[in-house]
Design a protein around this ligand. Sequence first.
Ligand SMILES: N=c1c2ncn([C@@H]3O[C@H](COP(=O)(O)OP(=O)(O)OP(=O)(O)O)[C@@H](O)[C@H]3O)c2ncn1[C@@H]1O[C@H](COP(=O)(O)O)[C@@H](O)[C@H]1O
Length: 107
Amino acid sequence: MKQEIDELYQSVVDRRKNPIQGSYTDYLFDKGLDKILKKVGEESTEVIVAAKNPDKSELVYETADLLYHLMVLLVEQGVSFDQIKEELGKREGLMSKTQERREIKKL
Ligand SMILES: N=c1c2ncn([C@@H]3O[C@H](COP(=O)(O)OP(=O)(O)OP(=O)(O)O)[C@@H](O)[C@H]3O)c2ncn1[C@@H]1O[C@H](COP(=O)(O)O)[C@@H](O)[C@H]1O
């Protein structure tokens, strides 16, 4: 079973709006920005360590943890996931222009 990343973002938004007792997401929101930033830092480090391990299942696990904590950070900061997608979309345009320039230089 796969979870779409938009659905994960939406679940975190829902927890923010409708707190559920015992939810880890609510626990993070209660603790606040410093705790969330600490978790993002820890999970980033764990991704780096996992990437050095030949067993890629650890990298998969730690990347999922990092993405989740990034979603919590975005929601806490009032940044929508659509804003991230828009930013990536802008780059897609820029990157294809760079690619075009490279192609022209080659001619
Ligand atoms: N994707 C996740 C997810 N990934 C990781 N985690 C939690 O992140 C924590 C990471 O583990 P750590 O050992 O680093 O942290 P910890 O020791 O438990 O906690 P700290 O004391 O360090 O804060 C674990 O408690 C995991 O359960 C997540 N918790 C929730 N979600 C999703 O978030 C949504 C809301 O879930 P609830 O928070 O359960 O309501 C749902 O879609 C969930 O699937």
